[in-house]
Design a protein around this ligand. Structure first.
Ligand code: E4P
Length: 248
């Protein structure tokens, strides 16, 4: 079976203008192993992101078993979110440490940007323990700036939720990329909350490191009616050619 490591080389002809010519990657925003197996065959994804809402549609599975299954499929980062949001700092660090032990190289702990700064404390503590983090639910470049300085491995801007908040979402992504670069940080910007195929195109022009896309949206991206019509036109032309081809 194709894994993400051997699909990575195919990712993104999308050379952007960041220093070092880094490429914009696609992650799959899902907890469905069926969806991951199917999309892996395209050779376009290099990681997986999940959250509680994404798991809520995966009825009848065990959380740890499903994460281990995803890890067995994916040779790249797998983000899972802290759930004990009303717990103490110790509770959250313990939860993160437990998940990270499942695969310290690939597991990335999503830590929400709590409004009281608690999430920043957790990210900072996890960084010191060598645990990878993805600071999530970010809406503003200011939140992102803090997440980067606190030492998050990934920082996640929620594109359509930025729009829902009445802010300029493309500018937010562009400014966020710039802030990370100006901080000299190795943090990678993940843009999530993708609700239609055109969101992907708009976001890609702002050069984030990663766009995490739900299966339903990714499945719509190869299709355009004009492409279908063109394929049909060429098929018909081939039939015409074959009718009068000289046989040898
Ligand atoms: C996070 O990675 C997701 O994209 C998250 O589910 C947000 O998506 P939504 O704003 O469409 O709910």
């Amino acid at each position: 079976m194709q894994t993400l490591s051997n699909s990575y080389q195919f990712i993104g002809g999308c050379q952007n203008n960041r220093e070092g010519g880094k490429r914009t990657k696609i992650f799959l925003d899902t907890a469905s192993s069926k969806e991951i197996k199917e999309i892996l065959q395209w050779g376009v994804i290099s990681g997986v992101t999940t959250n509680q809402k994404i798991f809520s549609v995966e009825k009848g599975c065990n959380f740890k078993d499903r994460v281990l299954e995803i890890l067995s499929l994916v040779d790249g980062p797998v983000s899972i979110e802290l759930t004990n949001t009303s717990g103490s700092d110790e509770d959250l660090v313990d939860e993160a440490s437990k998940y990270s032990r499942w695969d310290p190289k690939k597991i990335v702990i999503k830590v929400p940007m709590f409004g009281d700064g608690r999430g920043l404390r957790i990210v900072n503590r996890l960084k010191k323990k060598g645990i990878k983090t993805n600071m999530t639910c970010l809406i503003t470049p200011n939140q992102l700036f803090l997440a980067v300085l606190a030492g998050a491995t990934y920082v996640s801007i929620f594109f359509n939720r930025v729009r829902d908040a009445g802010l300029d979402a493309v500018k937010t992504v562009r400014d966020s990329t710039r802030i990370i670069s100006d901080c000299g940080s190795s943090a990678e910007l993940i843009v999530g909350s993708i609700r239609k195929p055109d969101d992907v195109y708009e976001i890609a022009t702002a050069s984030p490191h990663v766009i995490t896309i739900p299966y339903k949206i990714l499945m719509q991206m190869p299709f355009h009616q004009k492409t279908e019509d063109t394929i049909k036109e060429f098929d018909q032309a081939w039939q015409e050619f074959k009718k009068c081809e000289v046989q040898k």
